[in-house]
Design a protein around this ligand. Structure first.
Ligand code: FES
Length: 146
């Protein structure tokens, strides 16, 4: 299967552990995959290539009648459903890129002016002063590692 799909053996094992494909064992305890596994793998790889997380791919595969292998019309329906999600992700990334443009070469990570640290100066609405350092204010772990 690895040879035919172009994937590594470890990738196949990973997909199997994740419940995306399945195999049976022969008498020598070797994995045996059904013919439909190639099509499932193509579906998985195409989905991943457009940024769909494994959990959503698994959900899509589980949603097929009797967990059958995805056909052309399944891909058409699922990709149409995922288009909206992808458009939203692209929009967020474009916005992030625009914000990041100000940060490239800067490094200040200022709560006052950095759009990455404090998007749209959201903390200004919480009041004056160092909002994240005041007692009783939740401290984001990512910003203040112990
Ligand atoms: S790092 Fe300085 S503005 Fe973002």
């Amino acid at each position: 299967m690895a040879e035919r799909s172009g994937l590594t053996v470890s990738a196949l094992h990973f997909y199997e552990r994740e419940g995306l494909i399945s195999s049976t064992r022969n008498e020598g305890n070797q994995r045996r995959y059904g013919r439909d596994t190639l099509r499932r793998l193509a579906f998985i790889r195409a989905s991943q290539r457009v940024g769909i997380p494994l959990a959503a791919i698994r959900e899509a595969l589980e949603g097929l009648p009797q967990q059958r292998t995805p056909r052309e019309d399944d891909w058409e329906a699922l990709s149409a459903k995922w288009k909206e999600r992808l458009d939203s992700q692209i929009e967020q990334l474009v916005r992030l890129r625009e914000d990041l443009t100000n940060c490239i070469g800067c490094g200040c990570l200022s709560f006052k002016r950095c759009l990455l640290v404090n998007p749209a100066d959201a903390m200004a609405s919480e009041g004056p002063g160092p909002r994240r350092l005041l007692p009783g204010t939740p401290r984001p772990v990512a910003d203040f590692p112990e």
